[in-house]
Design a binder for this molecule. Structure first.
Ligand code: NAD
Ligand code: IPM
Ligand code: MN
Length: 357
């Protein structure tokens, strides 16, 4: 039976990189004989909101829950719909309702790409950010008081549950266990945020006892961002709360040359609900409509999706094809963010062609 994939392209460059993601997946499916069936959905975009007054239909959960995976582009168009409405009305609902509590974001300096960090070569930067994806700073507990008066107060609580923290830490430790360096770095801020962050540290220390072979260190988020730039080679698996993980997973890819290549997997490890695969980047209104967005983040997310569905070899072949095309360095093929003059389509087609070989 075919694996059923729900496709939500979203907004802006999401609609431009999605066809290239599908092109690459179809090439891999053909070569490795994987039955994939794509079902596109219009909802989850700002145009859908303008027409219907909400980002998703009332029955979205029922419509999507039986899919094997969700393949997402990017959402958000602040000139049409305020970001907190479009994002809380779509992507953040999927993460929560489908309990995708892991956001796995690899960060790797690829051959052929110049890092903005002096002297860094492929091999120097190769780590994972494991981001808590359902609670933490992204909580809906809070509100406004005394609105419109001098005493106006806004409040949004950070939520850390023992289950929520432990399950993301366990995933990160297990991942570190599979890596040659067996190293885990925790992002904290327990010097300034005096209740939730010391709790996070406490749970890390507790979990570390179960993994004596893993080398564990921690940094406060401020110096950690500095160390991403100064010593990216120190990192192997970096685990952080929802907000810290968000910040680190743009900074890491920027250190590898462009956020346009960064993929992510929003995973429900138990498989009770579909997991969601999407590039780390957003809808990029500044370059949307020009056909110049880098499709690699979308394609690599597709590779993570195949691996999640059990097709390790096919996923690896997709990443190898990405690396091969980047190594070729053909400026007519590569997009501008990686030094070329090509288009979303030229890069997408070159990768799909490589996958087919
Ligand atoms: P962004 O990631 O969309 O863009 C940041 C910068 O990176 C822009 O200059 C953009 O041109 C560039 N960029 C991004 N992706 C690229 C690609 N594939 N190729 C080449 N260049 C690329 O972030 P932003 O500007 O903060 O957000 C724009 C909109 O996207 C907002 O509505 C925001 O809320 C939303 N957003 C959505 C997601 C998501 O759907 N997962 C993620 C981040 C931001
Ligand atoms: C991401 C994005 C989202 C997040 C936004 C768009 C809500 O930045 O996936 O990294 O903060 O999680
Ligand atoms: Mn982000």
């Amino acid at each position: 039976m075919a694996h059923r994939i729900a496709v939500i392209a979203g907004d802006g460059i999401g609609t431009e990189v999605m066809p290239e993601g599908i092109r690459a997946l179809e090439a891999a499916a053909k070569r490795f004989n994987i039955p994939l069936e794509f079902t596109p959905f219009e909802f989850g975009s700002c145009d859908y909101y303008l027409e219907h007054g909400s980002m998703l239909p009332d029955d979205w959960f029922e419509q999507l829950k039986s899919f094997d995976a969700l393949f997402y582009g990017a959402v958000g168009w602040p000139d049409k719909v305020p970001d907190h409405i479009s994002l809380w009305g779509s992507l953040l609902q999927f993460r929560r309702r489908f309990d995708q509590y892991i956001n796995l974001r690899p960060c790797k300096l690829m051959p052929g790409i110049k890092s903005p960090l002096a002297g860094r070569e492929p091999g120097d930067i190769d780590f994972y950010v494991v981001r808590e994806n359902t609670e933490g700073e992204y909580s809906s507990i809070g509100g406004k008081m005394y609105e419109g008066t001098e005493r106006e107060i806004v409040l949004q609580e950070t939520v850390m549950s023992r289950t929520g923290v432990d399950r993301v830490l366990k995933y990160a430790f297990d991942l570190a266990q599979t890596r040659p360096r067996k190293k885990l770095t925790s992002a904290t801020k327990s010097n300034g945020i005096s209740i939730t962050m010391p709790y996070w540290d406490e749970r890390v220390a507790e979990m570390a006892k179960r993994y004596p072979e893993i080398a564990v260190d921690k940094f406060h988020i401020d110096i950690l961002t500095a160390n991403f730039v100064l010593h990216p080679d120190w990192f192997d698996v970096v685990v952080g709360s929802n907000l810290f993980g968000d910040i680190l997973s743009d900074l890491g890819p920027a250190c590898t040359g462009t956020i346009g290549i960064a993929p992510s997997a929003n995973i429900n490890p138990e498989g009770n609900f579909p997991s969601l695969f999407e590039p780390v980047h957003g809808s990029a209104p500044d370059i949307a409509g020009k056909g110049i967005a880098n499709p690699i983040g979308q394609i690599w997310s597709g590779a993570m999706m195949l691996e999640h569905l059990g097709y390790q070899e096919a996923g690896e072949a997709m990443v190898t094809a990405i690396e091969a095309v980047l190594s070729d360095g053909d400026s007519q093929v590569l997009t501008r963010d990686v030094g070329g003059q090509g288009s979303t389509e030229s890069l997408g087609k070159a990768i799909a062609e490589r996958i087919s070989r």
